[in-house]
Design a protein around this ligand. Structure first.
Ligand SMILES: Nc1ncnc2c1ncn2[C@@H]1O[C@H](COP(=O)(O)OP(=O)(O)O)[C@@H](O)[C@H]1O
Ligand SMILES: [Mg+2]
Length: 225
């Protein structure tokens, strides 16, 4: 059984009169507990692929399964529940709410999940402590460094206790030392049994992954152990 699987996934976008095919038959099975890196040149379809894996976007053709159950025909609400309960996202540009404190940012997925405020804040505080930001919980994003912002985003991705963390170039906007800290955090998450799917240009990130796949022009071109 695989935790997440794409079968012959194609994704097309309309651009004016033209239709462009960004994913051109992607097959990918991700096992529970895996640390998978997705690499490939800019424009090769990595983000599009991650968005489909994360049920943020639907394939134009092909199927996506969670725990062997096809979900491509699920309603938007059902997919939103799936995301809220089982998936955590980390983005290159952090995507934090600028007017909210680190604590409120990290707690946000729990607000959507209908968890009461006291519990939201308790759980968010624990995760901020876990990522080394226990002393920054009332800071807003603008008052934090890039690495600290990404750690808030990782706390937010973890607050729902998801089985899978999907990260799109999580160290792409960070300096080397800060990237190293974030990478150590990902390794710790992997060591405790989480499944990680990380899009990256970084050889260092890829070197820590258990498996690396390469995308080129919307196809998987290389699989290295
Ligand atoms: N919503 C969209 N509409 C039209 N084209 C898109 C859309 N999203 C992505 N693309 C195009 O798809 C291609 C691959 O994008 P992306 O998946 O972001 O690649 P990568 O993350 O590997 O750089 C790019 O040429 C991009 O412009
Ligand atoms: Mg991208």
């Amino acid at each position: 059984m695989s935790l997440l699987a794409l079968r012959q996934v194609r994704k097309r976008f309309r651009l004016g009169e033209q239709e462009v095919e960004i994913l051109r038959g992607v097959d990918l099975a991700i096992e529970a507990g895996e640390f998978l890196a997705i690499m490939g040149p800019s424009g090769s379809g990595k983000t599009t692929c991650l968005e489909i894996l994360g049920a943020l976007s639907r394939p134009s053709e092909g199927s996506i399964c969670f725990e062997d159950e096809p979900v491509e025909d699920w309603s938007d609400d059902a997919l939103a529940d799936l995301r809220a309960q089982r998936l955590g996202f980390v983005f290159q540009t952090f995507n934090l709410m600028p007017r909210m404190s680190a604590l409120r940012n990290a707690a946000l997925p729990l607000l959507y999940a209908g968890v009461a405020r006291a519990e939201r804040e308790d759980r968010a505080r624990l995760l901020l402590e876990r990522v080394g930001l226990g002393h920054r919980i009332h800071h807003r994003p603008a008052q934090l460094s890039g690495g600290e912002r990404q750690r808030v985003a990782i706390a937010r991705a973890l607050v729902n206790e998801p089985r899978v963390i999907l990260a799109d170039e999580p160290t792409g906007n960070l300096d080397e030392a800060t990237s190293g800290e974030i990478l150590a955090l990902f390794e710790a998450l992997h060591a405790e049994g989480r499944t990680l799917v990380v899009v990256t240009h970084s050889d260092e990130v890829a070197a820590r992954a258990g498996r690396v796949i390469r995308l080129r022009d919307g196809r998987v071109t290389g699989i290295a152990a």
